[in-house]
Design a protein around this ligand. Sequence first.
Ligand code: CU
Length: 148
Amino acid sequence: MPSITSRRALLLGIPALLLTVGVVTAGAMMRSVPDGLDLALDKPTAAGLYKAAIAPQANPIAVGAMHAWTVTVRTPAGAPVKVASIAVDGGMPQHGHGLPTAPQVTKSLGDGRYLIEGMRFNMRGWWTLDLAIDGPKGADTVTFNLVL
Ligand SMILES: [Cu+2]
């Protein structure tokens, strides 16, 4: 039968252990954002059909705040592209979850620029933003990396 003293030690020890585990886990999560991530916000699409550039309308991006982005689609030579559709997806590769909202392109701003509304990031870390672009040269995709 455990003495009162050892029981108290156990009761004090559990929170200390949980705190240690929590700090180590948080540290591991911070460290685990891969080195050398391509953080370019202006890049060719996967098959090279277009060039796409994204820009947040809020800078810096506040975690938890709904905000908009613009995406600019150009030909590889730099001419603006009038696309048929752009689908927006994304998530956190290391957490196995997608975006907490369903952002959409809501309007064309002209000159190959489009407005994406409804973006919200609900935690810090490595996010991807995936665009599926369907335009005059065909369908292509591009993935942007963001570290918040
Ligand atoms: Cu996450």
